[in-house]
Ligand binder design. Structure first.
Ligand code: PR8
Length: 469
C-alpha cells in the first residue's frame, strides 16, 4: 500500500466519512460526516444543473433485452453487470440487470417521450446508485462496485451541431463545479480505445492525486445517433419528416469526494473547502473557573449571528473536554475556520481565528457590527487559497517532453502528467503506453507542427499520459 493509500484509508475511518467494513466487496456505508460532505457537494452540482436540466428518477433494474440492444454498449459493460435472476424462489423468465449506467433504462422511454421538434432539446439528470462489477482492485470512493452518488445527465437534440454545443456546455458546467470545490483538472479527448461504449467520442476530466497517479473524475460523451437508432428515438421536423435525434450524456461519481479528500488533505487530516464542509465554522470556548457563563453566552450569540446573517453552518463546541482535544478533532475533520473565545478576549474585544488550510492563528478585533463580514471574507479567502494551492500543485506536475526516455524518467521520478506530440495513430499510441508503462489520458490541442515522439511521423495532437487509477 502506498503512503497515500494508507493515509486515505485511515482518514476515511478517522474522520468518519465511510465505513469500509460492510461485508460486500466494493460497497461501503456513508457515515454522518461523510454524508454531510456528500450532501453539500450535491447541492452545488444540483444548483448548477437545475438551471436548464430537469431531475428525474428511473428504476434500478433494466430488462436483459433492453440492455443487450445496443451492441457496442453492452459489449463494453458485459463483464461488469450484476444480474437479478430470481424473484423469491421463482426464476425470472427475463433476467434483470442492476444498472451499470442508465442509457438502456432511459432511452426506451425517451423513444416514447420525444415526438415533435418542439419537444427538443431535452435535458434530464438523475442522482442514483449504479452497480459495476469492477474486476480491477477496488478502492473506497475511487473504484467501487456500488457507485452511490452517480450523477448522470442525458440530453436529446435535433442536430449534430447542438450536441457539439451541449458537450461544450457540459464541460463548462463541470469546470464550474470542480472550481467551486478547488479541484484542479485536465480536460482531454479520450483515445478511441478508451471512449464510452457507444459514444462518438469522450471528453474526460482527470485530476492528480498526491501519489502522482491521475484519477478520472468526470466524463462527457457525445453519443451522436448511435442510441437513437438502436432505441428508435425520432422526432417530427417542422416539415413533417421523421428524423433520429442526437444525444449526449455526462456523469460524475463518488470520485468527486475522493479527490476532495485526497487533494486538499494533509498530515493533520482532512481540509475541506468551506462550501462543502459539514460546518463552515466551529466555535471553541476557552473556559476557566471564573467567567464561564459570559464566554458561553458570548459564543452562543456569535453562533446565532453567523447562522442568521450569513446562513453559515456553525458548531458551538461546548463539550466538557480539553480545548486541545477539540482542536485536534476539528483539524482532523477539516473544518475550515475555528474561532476561539476566552474571557480575556471578550474583555479586550478580540477573538482568535484559526484557518485550517494554512494553520495560521491570528488575534483579530471583534466588532459586533462587522464580525459577519470578517468571517465571510476569511472563508472566501480560504476557498481561494485552497484552489490556488491545488492548481499550483497540479501545474507543477505537468511536464512537456521531447523523447520517450524523458517521458519514462519524468513519470518514474515525478509521477504526474507528461505531455508530448503524437501522430494520433492507434497502434503507435498503444506502443507508447507499453514502452512508458502508462495510459494515454487523451489529446488536447491540435499540434500539426511537431513530430510524433514515438514513430517520428508528423504529429497531430498534444497528448497527455500518466499513471492512472
Ligand atoms: C457513463 N453514462 O456512465 P462513465 N467507481 C467510482 N467511480 C466510477 C466508477 C467506479 N467503479 N466507474 C466510473 N466511475 C455515462 C455518463 C451516464 C453518465 C466514474 O460514463 O462510464 C468516472 O469518474 O464514464 C466516470 O467519469 C464517471 O463515473 C461516469 O462514468
Amino acid at each position: 500500500m502506498s503512503e497515500f493509500s494508507e493515509w486515505f484509508h485511515n482518514i476515511l475511518e478517522e474522520a468518519e466519512i465511510i465505513d469500509t467494513r460492510y461485508p460486500v466487496k466494493g460497497m461501503h456505508v456513508w457515515l454522518p460526516q461523510g454524508f454531510k460532505i456528500r450532501k453539500h457537494t450535491l447541492e452545488i452540482l444540483k444548483t448548477i444543473l437545475d438551471k436548464d436540466h430537469e431531475e428525474v428518477m428511473f428504476p434500478l433494474l433494466i430488462p436483459e433485452d433492453e440492455l443487450a440492444k445496443e451492441a457496442i454498449h453492452v459489449k463494453g459493460f458485459e463483464e461488469e453487470v450484476y444480474w437479478v435472476t430470481h424473484g423469491g424462489l421463482t426464476e425470472l423468465n427475463k433476467k434483470l440487470a442492476l444498472r451499470p449506467t442508465s442509457e438502456t433504462a432511459m432511452y426506451p422511454m425517451f423513444s416514447l417521450w420525444v415526438r415533435n421538434h418542439s419537444d427538443l432539446p431535452m435535458r434530464y439528470y438523475q442522482v442514483v446508485n449504479t452497480f459495476r462489477y469492477e474486476t480491477k482492485h477496488t478502492r473506497p470512493l475511487i473504484r467501487v462496485r456500488e457507485i452511490t452518488t452517480f450523477k448522470e445527465a442525458h440530453t436529446v437534440h435535433s442536430s449534430a451541431e447542438e450536441t457539439e454545443e451541449q458537450v461544450k456546455e457540459a464541460l463548462r458546467i463541470y469546470r464550474q463545479f470542480f472550481d467551486s470545490l478547488g479541484i484542479p483538472y485536465t480536460v482531454s479527448k479520450r483515445p478511441e480505445w478508451d471512449k464510452f461504449p457507444g459514444a462518438l467520442y469522450t471528453m474526460a476530466f482527470d485530476t492528480l492525486l498526491p501519489d502522482g497517479k491521475t484519477l478520472q473524475i468526470g466524463t462527457v460523451h457525445n453519443l451522436g445517433q448511435t442510441f437513437a437508432k438502436t432505441f428508435d428515438i425520432t422526432y417530427e421536423t417542422a416539415e413533417g419528416n421523421h428524423e433520429y435525434v442526437y444525444q449526449t450524456c455526462y456523469g460524475l461519481s463518488d470520485r468527486v469526494i475522493a479527490s476532495l479528500i485526497g487533494i486538499h488533505g494533509d498530515d493533520s487530516g482532512l481540509c475541506l473547502p468551506p462550501d462543502v464542509a459539514p460546518y463552515h465554522v466551529v466555535i471553541v470556548p476557552i473556559i476557566f473557573k471564573k467567567g464561564g457563563e459570559v464566554v458561553i453566552d458570548f459564543c452562543k450569540k456569535l453562533q446565532e449571528k453567523l447562522e442568521s446573517e450569513l446562513n453559515l453552518r456553525v458548531y458551538f463546541d461546548d463539550r466538557d473536554i480539553r480545548a486541545g482535544k477539540k482542536y485536534y478533532e476539528w483539524e482532523m475533520r477539516g473544518i475550515p475556520l475555528r474561532l476561539e473565545v476566552g474571557p480575556r478576549d471578550i474583555e479586550n474585544h478580540k477573538i482568535v481565528t484559526f484557518r485550517r488550510e494554512s494553520k495560521e492563528k491570528e488575534i483579530i478585533d471583534y466588532d459586533d457590527t462587522t464580525i459577519s463580514k470578517t468571517v465571510n471574507n476569511l472563508l472566501d479567502n480560504i476557498s481561494t487559497k485552497m484552489r490556488e494551492k491545488a492548481w499550483k500543485s497540479l501545474e507543477d506536475h505537468v511536464h512537456h517532453v521531447e523523447t520517450l526516455e524523458e517521458a519514462s524518467t519524468t513519470i518514474s521520478e515525478d509521477g504526474g502528467i507528461v505531455t508530448f506530440d503524437w501522430c494520433g495513430d492507434q497502434e503507435c499510441g498503444k506502443e507508447i503506453e507499453e514502452k512508458v508503462n502508462v495510459d494515454i489520458l487523451g489529446v488536447q490541442a491540435d499540434d500539426e507542427n511537431g513530430i510524433c515522439i514515438n514513430c517520428g511521423k508528423k504529429s497531430k495532437h498534444i497528448t497527455l499520459i500518466a499513471k492512472t487509477y
